[in-house]
Design a protein around this ligand. Structure first.
Ligand code: PMP
Length: 401
């Protein structure tokens, strides 16, 4: 008998499991709206032109070797990543108050940040929005933090429960860590307004709560890298500390290359330098040092102004296509006279729409229409096209009538 004979079958990941089920479905009309990856109008994955260009440059450069990177990764990539999220003229960068590590995309950046906090920070409690990306609770728990929720989404308005959010953060113990989605909240697509962000900032700073930003969609929400970074920049501008996990999966389409960065903004350069030294001790036993290829692509694009501008145009085109899918789905439901208020489809931001459909309605749409999505009713707008919008509208109509 195997020594592992007693191991039980683990459940499928709730998000990645949607794709597993989709792949098994033989229907020609099947539609995968589960996974958060961009698709073209033709339903194909997209490699940005500027990414192809950068890869070509890297391949042609005979001086490039496959040596290990330092523990913190490519120094220039780190600098440029901090600039991307904090802004070109950020005093925090100029004053050397930012410690940055190249990490394995957004997830790895969150995990390294969480491991660092569990080891070095006096508060072990992290507050995450209700609901949040499903992996947050697991990443933070595995790192040794204790996870609590703050109210965020209001199902009756399909918008932000701002009062509940302020009350819950107001009741959090001093110093508690607070996970904030920098923009394009996943799964709800509901973001605070700039005025609300300012109130959140004041409330958190007055209680000494530590902001940990998850920035997985910079540029993807509005089409503008600067606009989507504004909440982070408001917190950094007040001079206080802040953690930021960045992912290039969506905005550069580098999903499987696992490109990201963790930045820890400190109040003084000497603190940042000691923090950086300790970050290395966190990372070394986890994976020693990060992979070289994807970060080299991102660095090539970020440091060349022509390529950077080309990237911004391609990024805006992805964001615009998603925004246009929202409009088309909303118009299709309006045209059918589908009962209910569907204006949240065009009000919400980013890759996902939180439809408000319940798990029975989702199951119905999967069974009868071969449409796959997470059971919380979240659909990826990036997986839709003009051709598939009518099919989805039919399914939603049938599910609610
Ligand atoms: N945070 C949020 C909110 C996300 O939606 C995602 C990706 N779905 C991530 C982090 C991490 O993604 P990755 O590790 O692929 O960068």
């Amino acid at each position: 008998d195997s020594v592992f004979a007693s191991i039980v079958q683990a459940p499928e990941d709730p998000i990645l499991g949607v794709t597993v089920a989709y792949n098994k479905d033989p229907s020609p009309n099947k539609l995968n709206l589960g996974v958060g990856a961009y698709r073209t109008e033709e339903g194909k994955p997209l490699v940005l032109n500027v990414v192809r260009k950068a890869e070509q440059l890297l391949v042609n450069d005979q001086s490039r070797v496959k040596e290990y990177l330092p523990i913190l990764g490519l120094a220039e990539f780190n600098k440029l990543s901090a600039k991307l999220i904090l802004g070109d003229d950020s005093p925090a960068i100029q004053e050397n108050r930012v410690a940055t590590a190249q990490c394995l995309s957004g997830t790895g950046s969150l995990r390294v940040g969480a491991e660092f906090l569990a080891k070095h920070y006096h508060q072990r409690t992290i507050y995450i929005p209700q609901p949040s990306w499903g992996n947050h609770v697991k990443v933070f728990t595995m790192a040794g933090l204790s996870v609590k929720n703050y109210r965020y989404y209001d199902p009756t308005t399909r918008g932000l429960n701002f009062q509940g959010l302020l009350e819950d953060l107001g009741a959090a113990p001093a110093g508690a860590i607070v996970l904030l989605h920098a923009c394009a909240h996943n799964p709800t697509g509901v973001d605070p307004t700039v005025e609300q962000w300012e109130q959140i900032r004041q409330s958190m700073r007055s209680k000494g709560l530590l902001p940990f930003f998850d920035s997985a969609y910079q540029g993807f929400a509005s089409g503008s890298l600067d606009a989507d970074a504004q909440p982070v920049r408001m917190f950094v501008a007040d001079g206080g500390e802040c953690f930021i996990a960045q992912s290039y999966a969506k905005n550069m389409g580098l999903y499987g290359e696992r490109v990201g960065a963790l930045s820890i903004v400190c109040k003084a350069a000497d603190v940042a330098s000691r923090v950086e030294s300790q970050l290395k001790l966190v990372i070394r036993p986890m994976y020693s040092n990060p992979p070289i290829h994807g970060a080299s692509i991102a660095m090539t694009i970020l440091k060349n102004s022509d390529m950077y501008n080309e990237w911004k145009i391609e990024l805006k085109a992805m964001a615009d296509r998603i925004i246009s899918m929202r409009k088309q789905l909303f118009d299709a439901l309006s045209a059918k006279g589908t009962p209910g208020d569907w204006s949240h489809i065009i009000k919400q931001i980013g890759m996902f729409t939180f439809t408000g459909l319940d798990s029975d309605q989702v199951a119905f749409m999967t069974k009868e229409y071969h449409i796959y999505m997470t059971s919380d009713g979240r659909i990826s707008m990036a997986g839709l096209s003009s051709k598939t919008v009518p099919h989805l509208a039919d399914a939603i109509h049938a599910a609610v009538t």
